[in-house]
Design a binder for this molecule. Structure first.
Ligand code: TXA
Ligand code: MG
Length: 324
């Protein structure tokens, strides 16, 4: 079992241990505001290979590279003026920008799956302090086995990887609870490659430009991790439920009770007050609780599609998609 080291009580010791482990080319699970990440030195091909192996992740699926700040990011990627404006407005935070890689960047092609672009994010909190201490970009996908629900606590990570993982930094439950929003600027157009923890409507308000949703089928190829079944709990998922069946877990929203709750295996409410940020923070943990309760399936009541509801509904669609 991985060592879970609390980075809130003795941050200096925890960060020193993480830097030492990363320096040996060994991945370390780290807290970020979105979800926990499985981090490795983005310039070290062996370390990156270990991430792909531990996750069982296809090598054509590029990793997000995390930076301490915009200055560090600018050393590795080319920022057009619009991308820079978006970065200045929303970093640090739950936003990833896909940008052209600089030819002199030391980020290894394996981390980018050979693409001439790189996904870059500047996180807050403990992750940010670790990046400053380590001094090099950290490639970090979500710290879960490929296809499974992303982890929002250190315990989720340790349970998923078991003995394969050496170290988890514990920063408490992730505050956002959904993976970052991925944007790519093309000319004057801002494209949404993945809805996530930053509301795309907030980007539109602050930047004053529309964010284009992917309409064409197969557009998911551009953010390859977005294909088909993903974020899936063990139990099958039933969406837009109007009732709950015996032995099912119900994950509802807004304090609204459904018929059949008395015979449900478990009833959880993502946000009794109907707050979408609270719902996002609870979503993945509740799916795991439903699995732990042995539910035969998980019923979700409808969730509004506005604001963070866009990303929540995206994850629910993938959790409910046919399993490959
Ligand atoms: O919130 C997050 O983004 C978390 C935390 C740990 O930072 N990370 C995360 O990583 O969700 P991952 O690997 O699970 O998702 C990365 C997504 C994938 O869908 C991948 O295809 C896309 O980012 N991506 C990475 N680099 C890309 C690139 N150069 N072009 C297009 N998509 C890219
Ligand atoms: Mg992931």
């Amino acid at each position: 079992m991985a060592d879970i080291v609390d980075a809130r009580t003795d941050a200096r010791a925890a960060l020193a241990r993480a830097c030492e482990t990363l320096g040996r080319g060994v991945p370390v699970a780290i807290p970020t505001e979105t979800v926990y990440g499985l981090a490795a030195d983005a310039t070290d091909p062996l370390a990156i290979t270990r991430i792909y192996e531990m996750k069982g992740r296809p090598r054509f699926n590029p990793l997000i590279c995390h930076m301490a700040d915009l200055a560090m990011a600018e050393r590795h990627a080319v920022f057009d003026p619009l991308s820079r404006r978006i970065a200045e407005a929303f970093w640090p935070g739950p936003l990833t920008l896909v940008l052209p890689i600089r030819p002199e960047s030391a980020i290894h092609p394996l981390a980018r799956a050979g693409l001439d672009t790189v996904g870059i994010r500047v996180p807050t909190g403990i992750a940010s302090r670790l990046l400053a201490a380590f001094g090099r970009p950290l490639a970090a996908p979500s710290a879960n086995t490929s296809g499974r629900v992303s982890p929002t606590t250190a315990r989720h990570v340790a349970d998923d990887f078991g003995a394969k993982l050496e170290l988890v930094l514990d920063g408490g439950p992730a505050t956002v609870g959904l993976e970052s929003t991925i944007l790519k600027v093309e000319g004057e157009t801002i494209r949404l490659l993945r809805p996530g923890g930053l509301d795309a409507a907030e980007v539109e308000r602050v930047i004053g430009r529309p964010v284009l949703r992917n309409e064409k089928a197969g557009a998911a190829i551009e953010a390859p991790g977005m294909l088909a079944s993903h974020y899936a709990p063990d139990a099958p998922v039933r969406l837009d439920a109007a009732d709950v069946r015996p032995g099912e877990a119900l994950i509802r929203f807004g304090g609204k009770a459904l018929p059949g709750e008395a015979e449900a295996a478990l009833v959880l409410d993502l946000s009794p007050e109907g707050n979408l940020a609270e719902a996002a923070a609870n979503l993945f943990g509740y799916m795991k609780q439903a699995d732990a309760a042995g539910a035969r399936s998980i019923a979700f009541s409808p969730i509004p599609a506005t604001g963070l509801g866009e990303a929540i509904n995206d994850r629910l669609q993938r959790a409910a998609a046919p399993r490959g």
